[in-house]
Design a protein around this ligand. Structure first.
Ligand SMILES: Cc1cc2nc3c(=O)[nH]c(=O)nc-3n(C[C@H](O)[C@H](O)[C@H](O)COP(=O)(O)OP(=O)(O)OC[C@H]3O[C@@H](n4cnc5c(N)ncnc54)[C@H](O)[C@@H]3O)c2cc1C
Length: 163
């Protein structure tokens, strides 16, 4: 090893963060809805004035009109933009991160580890979380193809050592 870096990572409970954000929105008079998908944009005079929404639980569709429509669809933002039926340059280069929860004994101590140089250029972090202990489970458990691929990649990186 030729060197290292020291960095500080803010830790918080993102479930509590999401609930707190939701409550702030409601305190300010907003209405939060879940399991409702924007399936089309309502347009008038070249402007987006609302969306057609589909309730994914009840399967009903309805129109929602608004003064301002914000496309905050994350990695799906370009799909939403395509609903404008105009030509747009590709803007996003998407990638996916995966979390694995491991028993504390996997890496005892309180210091995080970052591996910036891996076989395919991705970055690997191992971060001791304050609220996790030895009951940690291996893998995220969703069993999807992406999760299985990520799990096998992490295993290979851990066993192959530094590049
Ligand atoms: C496993 C993992 C770990 C990460 N860890 C960290 C970390 O430690 N620190 C950090 O800073 N970042 C982390 N990130 C990155 C961070 O989560 C993202 O950068 C951030 O969530 C992006 O926020 P966003 O609001 O742009 O999009 P998102 O949080 O993805 O929100 C987009 C929302 O739009 C919804 N949506 C999409 N299409 C539609 C539609 N047609 N109609 C209605 N809703 C729609 C989606 O369901 C989603 O809820 C991590 C990401 C992953 C996957």
């Amino acid at each position: 090893m030729r060197g290292g870096i020291l960095y500080h990572d803010g830790q918080f409970d993102d479930t509590r963060y999401a609930i707190s954000l939701l409550r702030t929105l409601e305190d300010l008079g907003g209405v939060a809805i879940n399991y409702v998908e924007a399936v089309a944009l309502l347009q008038s005079g070249g402007k987006t004035i609302g969306i057609t929404a589909r309730d994914r639980e009840g399967d009903a569709s309805f129109d929602l009109r608004a003064k301002v429509v914000i496309n905050a669809c994350g990695v799906f933002a370009e799909e939403t933009l395509a609903m404008e039926h105009r030509k747009h340059e590709a803007m996003l280069s998407v990638s996916q991160g995966t979390h694995f929860v491991l028993p504390h004994s996997f890496m005892a101590g309180t210091t995080a580890l970052m591996i910036p140089k891996t076989a395919d250029g991705r970055v690997l972090f191992a971060i001791p979380m304050a609220w996790l202990d030895d009951r940690g489970d291996y893998g995220c458990g969703c069993g999807s193809r992406v999760c299985r691929a990520a799990r096998s990649w992490v295993g290979e990186e851990v066993h192959s050592g530094p590049h």
